[in-house]
Design a protein. Structure first.
Lengths: 301, 90, 261
């Protein structure tokens, strides 16, 4: 049995389909990244799993049971955590732990451990109102872990942070990941790649790819010709309407050309370059990077 | 016939124990509000404005400060999340 | 530890940190002092101010001690006091709802009922303490300036009056569940509550269905030791309205998709 099973998940606001028939599952111990550009529907999916937003279709099972009875087993870090500013960090953890029915003495012990883990021991008695964004994020992670949830769900845990803060949190998550099952959303491929082994790429509410990073690369990677030459733009202009060409991307004096068939494409491109007497500096066949796969999928969907 | 106040010394003596509690209550509210305002991480303009309210408006001033002056951004709806977004027709 | 206790402790901490625990009782103590002091010294103040111009005489009624106490309820607590209670409670649901905290804590093991009950009990205790302290100061001043009144009557009257205060509280909670903006919550609540209070001045049978009428019942208990007719009907209606407000708040909030962080 999967820990989390999402089937045919659907969300409509009026006529606007924000999430469309999304299917995926997460197994115990996995770290899964929910990847997609802003507005893709990541937050909506997460809030539906937590029963904050109601489903308009589909089913979510946690440990085989309906999700609305199981949300107490989830640790949740919201996208914009705004906890009570008049509480201290420790008081918030006591409050959240109390809501999860943890015995007081066990709770104290666990709070001390967590504060040390997220590096907030020094400021535990300061008001949350005085915390920086990164500190609030850490506190948010601590409160999400306080009841030792079966599944830890984090909505863009690093997106709002500066590079240093983001580094810190990513390192922290790497530690946490060894013991927990994690689902986290991000719009930055790099974070997903660094932290997780499985990825769900979504755009406009649709699940585009679902699988491990290796699988995604193997199954969806496409070759690209990189052509470098001066005054490329005139030449690429002529290629636009060719049947063989899938897409052309021009940056400076280099062009990334995707073709539908490698052999035909290569011959055709070379002959065309000769015909146009293009003074090329580079003609290379490379494989798409994960980032290029991601961008291609998001654009074409 | 005369206008204007005319209070005998012994009359003040009779009033004082009755007025003292009011004075003490006022002093408590006044000083707590003022100390809180000074500790607050806010602009000088804000402090002058509420300082004036606390000092000049007896009794009601500190209370207005506690109810309205201490409300922070956290009370306001966060970003655009709480307002329903425009629904696109497809 | 019990979740309800945890929520209640949070309310308490909030009240302490926001100074509500300080200013709410202090306001009521002011109001309590104001009535006996002004009733007693008004004639003297007028005299001291040089009296009235010739030809104008005001006959100030001679008030008894119990009448002074009763008017502390109707003239102070029911006017400025009512506004203060609304101001102290206008944001208790709306702020948690608007900033997403309510949706967030509901992802834990809590239920809306526990949450709303913690709000209700926390503030009911605070309001009880405040009107108790306020009335206690009124009693001290009245006993000192006028004469003693039966303590049993005072306690009974205040108890009845407290049910009307509980209605105010649950009404504001219901409006707070319904609306989001605190100024709107405050205005609507004050408008309706003052309206209910004002129509108690009118004659008519519908009074017995009006929770504000409990304030008149309290006055009657304090001044005469007896209740007005139909006391138990008004009491029952008020309690039912309190329960209704709570059920309304619970079902409205549970049906709605709450704003979240
Ligand atoms: N309450 C709502 N009403 C209408 N549309 C909404 C609402 N919440 C989100 N949306 C829409 O759903 C889409 C996905 O939003 P969201 O899940 O927040 O995206 P992400 O988290 O991936 O950036 C957006 O187009 C957004 O406008
Ligand atoms: Mg989002």
């Amino acid at each position: 049995m999967h820990l989390l099973q999402v089937s045919q998940l659907q969300k409509k606001y009026g006529n606007h389909e924000v999430v469309q028939n999304v299917d995926f599952h997460i197994n115990q111990g996995e770290c899964v990244a929910l990847l997609g550009p802003n507005g893709a529907g990541k937050t909506t999916i997460i809030k539906m799993i937590l029963d904050i937003n109601k489903l308009t279709g589909g089913k979510i099972l946690l440990n085989g049971k309906r999700h609305d009875q199981m949300r107490k087993f989830i640790g949740y870090l919201p996208q914009h955590p705004t906890f009570y500013p008049w509480m201290t960090g420790r008081e918030l953890l006591i409050f959240m732990g109390g809501l999860s029915n943890i015995e007081r003495d066990i709770l104290e012990e666990r709070i001390n451990e967590l504060l040390k883990l997220v590096g907030l021991s020094e400021v535990e008695n300061q008001l949350i109102g005085t915390y920086s964004g990164g500190m609030k994020q850490r506190l948010g992670i601590a409160q999400a872990l306080i009841h030792q949830p079966k599944l830890l769900i984090m909505d863009e845990p690093v997106s709002a942070l500066d590079p240093l803060g983001r580094r810190d949190i990513l390192e922290l998550l790497k530690v946490i990941k060894q013991k927990s099952t994690i689902l986290f959303s991000t719009h930055i491929l790099h974070d997903a790649e660094e932290l997780c082994d499985k990825m769900l790429i979504i755009n406009k509410g649709q699940l585009l790819v679902n699988g491990s990073i290796h699988q995604i690369i193997e199954q969806t990677q496409k070759p690209i010709f990189i052509i470098q030459a001066p005054r490329l733009s005139e030449w690429t202009h002529q290629l636009m309407n060719e049947d063989l060409i899938e897409s052309i991307e021009l940056t400076g004096n280099a062009a990334k050309v995707r073709v539908k068939n490698i052999e035909q494409g290569r011959d055709w491109l070379l002959s065309h370059i000769l015909k146009a007497q293009l003074p090329i500096q580079k003609f290379e066949l490379v494989q798409e990077s994960l980032e290029e796969i991601f961008l291609r999928m998001v654009k074409s969907s | 016939m005369h206008y204007g106040y005319h209070i005998e010394i012994d009359e003040i003596g009779a009033w004082l124990p009755l007025l003292l509690p009011i004075l003490i209550l006022h002093l408590i509210l006044f000083s707590v509000a003022l100390v809180d305002l000074l500790k607050r991480d806010q602009s000088t303009d804000y402090k002058w404005l509420w300082g004036a309210v606390i000092i000049l408006v007896n009794i009601i001033g500190p209370i207005l400060y506690f109810v309205l002056g201490r409300r922070q951004r956290s009370d306001a709806p966060t970003s655009s999340k709480s307002t329903p977004k425009k629904v696109r027709k497809s | 530890m019990n979740r309800f206790t945890v929520l209640l402790q949070k309310e308490w901490l909030d009240a302490k940190r926001s100074y509500k625990l300080l200013w709410l009782p202090v306001v009521f103590m002011f109001l309590g002092i104001l009535q006996p002091l002004s009733s007693f010294y008004l004639p003297e103040i007028l005299k001291m101010a040089g009296g009235l111009p010739d030809g104008i005489t005001i006959t100030l009624p001679e008030l008894t001690a119990s009448e002074v106490l009763a008017s502390a309820l109707t003239d102070q607590f029911d006017q400025l006091g009512l506004i203060v209670i609304v101001m102290a409670t206008m944001g208790i649901i709306a702020s948690d709802k608007n900033n997403g905290m309510l949706a967030f804590i509901l992802t834990r093991n809590t239920t809306l009922v526990e949450y709303l009950l913690s709000k209700l009990v926390g503030h009911a205790v605070m309001i009880a303490g405040s009107i108790f302290l306020g009335f206690l100061t009124a009693v001290f001043y009245t006993f000192y300036l006028y004469q003693a009144v039966s303590v049993a009557r005072i306690a009974a009257g205040l108890g009845v009056y407290y049910i009307w205060c509980l209605f105010m509280l649950t009404f504001v909670i219901a409006i707070g569940a319904l609306l989001s903006r605190t100024p709107a919550i405050a205005l609507l609540s004050i408008f309706v509550l003052i309206f209910l209070k004002t129509i108690t001045l009118l004659e008519g049978g519908f009074q017995i269905l009006n929770p504000a009428h409990l304030s008149n019942q309290a006055v009657s208990i304090i001044t005469s030791g007896n209740v007005l007719p139909h006391f138990f009907i008004t009491m029952t209606v008020s309690v039912l309205l309190i329960v209704f407000c709570l059920i309304f708040a619970t079902s409205y909030l549970s049906r709605k998709e709450l704003p979240s962080m």
